[in-house]
Design a binder for this molecule. Structure first.
Ligand SMILES: NC(=O)c1ccc[n+]([C@@H]2O[C@H](COP(=O)([O-])OP(=O)(O)OC[C@H]3O[C@@H](n4cnc5c(N)ncnc54)[C@H](O)[C@@H]3O)[C@@H](O)[C@H]2O)c1
Length: 672
């Protein structure tokens, strides 16, 4: 008898599942980079076999070897359940506690054909963001969640369920970490090797945190970003929209697919370049882009017509963004707002398609000749940047949309893109959208991407929560952000934002999040709605340390520290969130961010009320407190208000501000 087999009661079934049929209509991930030695290849196969009963090792070793060779990773395709995965109503899941069942809903929603970018490779969004590394882990996690009791915690390390451990009723039911690496090895190359060996998962943000809700999550963020960019840079009044303006960007993928929808909601005429036709088809069928064309002339004509009529539109141009920019420049078109949402956090791994290659040629070359592919990417990125500079000189406002575009250009060797002309420590010549817009206008106040999913999958539950949220915001309308959020949730249903489970995103500040959470829990208690799970994007006030994105408007030198996200995560564990996650990488790439998030199941109980009162303000105010300490004006005002409201309960340390002249004199007095 085998020692491990005898010792485990929770394990994969003895019989190997039938190899599932793979539908050819779904997108497949490109081969992932893996430079493995012979010894490494052996290690990767040996590692994957840890999930498998030895009776099947001879067969599965060959199957895994083939996957590693073809895909650069071992996904264990055989273990993928046949057919469509989807977040079913919670009652259809087995489990010994509500959290165990709720979390299964979220995992399956992240892998739904309608939601996931590469569903067979467990990639939810962001080119490489995976739920877990392979299908053996998926099956095993589900088995653990079925067994999990409300006095145990499941530990998940880079997708691997390490085991169930005794805890208590107020502890998180699941604690997740993804891709966290020891500093000296914290780079893309070591990550690629570790991922190929099957010991590291790229969780992106909500992919590995099992809280992705389709591109709706980012539609709201993009809506806020475009609207506030218009207010700050184009003189749009507080209650106006972007009618009559032109917006140009790229990417209609997992997150970037939100751009068209948000553009129409804010009334701007837009053209979005996308090299992959299948992604254009998805967005078009969904109604998230209004037009599609392969012709540059036609794309421009449609956009200009709408611009002139003051109407929003989203024209998907099937082609490369660099070609589009060259064309617009040549035609002397004035562009008001410009951005980019190619997956530049992994430019050499397939995230950025260089000018001159079709999408299919990019996939083929990536596999055949990664070194030359790299050179093409570098050349294209540099030219792309030159074009943006020309538009900037003509009055276009360009912002980096958190995809590491500027960093990717810098990495090709363009030092002049740095603010200090030397290195990336002070950021880049063009701002990140967080630096100029989202940071000061939203994050510094605590406004961030709060979200919820109705676990019954009943649209009527979502309608009731939308109505409750709209009513709450109407009563607490203090600033323009509240008004924007009110409009958003009021019109959310009409805007048909739901893909997969019945979820909603709604930017809220600390008190808004807590009060809405308590209201929803009360509605569950009263039987008005079924259970709900709350969460948020990691891309938030306090959830992420990322100097090129979330913390790019932190100017006290601490933008390179990762302590806020870590404290946020630890604090959420201490206060009993249902599950918590901490990741390396996120939207900007390995070694460039530490980010975390949570899921909180509302079952209507008083226990949940108590957790919400402790954890919801903490989750946000840790970010406001840190931003305030960095001397961010709006965060200081928010922290001061919070201290007044919470005497004897919470207390934030605030900075004294020093006079410039005093500092100047002090520096002059120094000898060296
Ligand atoms: N701003 C945010 O809040 C935010 C949130 C999440 C992700 N991101 C970042 O945005 C990027 C995009 O995310 P995603 O989930 O949409 O990724 P994705 O990979 O699903 O989509 C990117 C799309 O860009 C297309 N593309 C690549 N090169 C192109 C080119 N040269 N011209 C035209 N199209 C091209 C790809 O075909 C793909 O469809 C990522 O880097 C991600 O980390 C930003």
């Amino acid at each position: 008898m085998n020692l491990s087999d005898e010792a485990m009661t929770i394990k994969l079934d003895y019989e190997l599942p039938e190899y599932p049929k793979m539908e050819s209509c779904y997108r497949r991930a490109p081969r992932r980079e893996s430079k493995l030695s012979e010894a490494d290849k052996a290690l990767a196969i040996r590692n994957a076999l840890r999930y498998i009963h030895p009776d099947h090792h001879a067969k599965m070793a060959l199957e895994f070897a083939q996957e590693l060779e073809e895909h650069g990773r071992i996904y264990g395709y055989r273990f993928r359940p046949e057919g469509k995965l989807t977040g079913k109503p919670i009652d259809e899941y087995k489990g010994k506690c509500i959290e165990g069942r709720a979390i299964q809903v979220m995992i399956d929603n992240n892998l739904d054909f309608d939601v996931a970018l590469y569903p067979y490779e467990l990639v939810t969004y962001g080119e490489t963001g995976q739920v877990c590394q392979n299908w053996m882990q998926y099956r095993l996690i589900k088995k653990y969640l079925e067994e999990l009791t409300d006095e145990q915690t499941l530990v998940v390390m880079s997708g691997h369920p390490l085991g169930l451990f005794h805890s208590h009723k107020l502890a998180p039911r699941v604690i997740i970490s993804n891709g966290l690496m020891v500093g000296a090895f914290d780079d893309q190359e070591n990550f690629n090797r570790a991922a190929a060996l099957g010991v590291a998962n790229y969780g992106q943000m909500t992919a590995g945190g099992w809280m992705y809700i389709g591109p709706q999550g980012i539609v709201h963020g993009t809506f806020n970003t475009l609207l506030n960019a218009g207010r700050l840079k184009l003189g749009i009044p507080q209650d106006g929209n972007l009618a009559g303006k032109l917006f140009i960007s790229s990417g209609l993928g997992g997150m970037s697919g939100a751009q068209g929808k948000a553009a129409v909601i804010v009334g701007v005429a837009s053209i979005i370049a996308e090299v992959d036709e299948s992604r254009i088809d998805t967005r078009y069928e969904q109604g998230w882009v209004s037009h599609r064309t392969e012709s540059l002339d036609e794309a421009l004509e449609i956009a200009l017509e709408h611009q002139k009529a003051g109407k929003g539109c989203a024209v998907a141009y099937h082609g490369n963004i660099v070609d589009l920019l060259e064309y617009l420049l040549e035609k002397n078109v004035h562009v008001d707002l410009m951005s980019d949402q190619t997956s530049c956090h992994v430019p050499y791994g397939g995230g950025y398609c260089p000018q001159g290659l079709t999408f299919e040629q990019r996939t083929e070359m990536l596999d055949r000749d990664p070194e030359d592919f790299r050179k093409l990417v570098d050349k294209s990125l540099q030219h792309h940047y030159e074009l943006i500079q020309k538009f900037h000189d003509r009055g276009t406002y360009f912002f980096d949309y958190g995809n590491s575009f500027l960093k990717a250009v810098y990495d090709t060797g363009v030092k002049s893109i740095c603010k200090n002309g030397e290195n990336d420590l002070d950021g880049f010549v063009f701002p990140s959208y967080v630096e100029d817009i989202l940071g000061p206008c939203l994050f510094d106040y605590g406004y961030g991407p709060f979200r919820w999913c109705c676990l019954s999958r009943d649209p009527a539950d979502l309608d009731k929560t939308d109505a409750a949220a709209a009513e709450y915001i109407k009563e607490h309308n203090r600033r323009y952000q509240d008004y924007d959020n009110y409009v958003w949730v009021r019109d959310a249903k009409e805007n048909k934002l739901v893909v997969g489970t019945q979820c909603r995103i709604l930017y809220q500040d600390a008190m808004g999040r807590m009060n809405l959470a308590l209201k929803f829990n009360e509605m569950v208690r009263n039987g008005e709605i079924g259970p709900v799970i709350l969460g948020r994007d990691h891309h938030d006030t306090g959830g992420t340390d990322a100097p090129f994105r979330e913390t790019s408007n932190i100017k006290d030198g601490s933008n390179i520290m990762a302590e806020m996200a870590t404290q946020c995560y630890a604090g959420n564990a201490a206060r009993g969130m249902s599950y918590i996650a901490l990741h390396n990488g996120g939207g900007t790439g390995i070694g460039r961010a530490i980010n975390g998030g949570f899921g909180m199941v509302l079952d209507g109980s008083e226990r949940v009320d108590n957790i919400l009162k402790m954890s919801m303000p903490w989750d946000t105010m840790v970010g406001v407190a840190r931003r305030s300490w960095a001397r961010n004006e709006n965060a200081m005002t928010t922290a001061a208000e919070y201290n007044k409201m919470n005497v004897g309960r919470d207390h934030i340390t605030m900075p004294y501000l020093a006079d410039d002249e005093i500092i100047e004199q002090a520096v002059k007095s120094m000898k060296k």
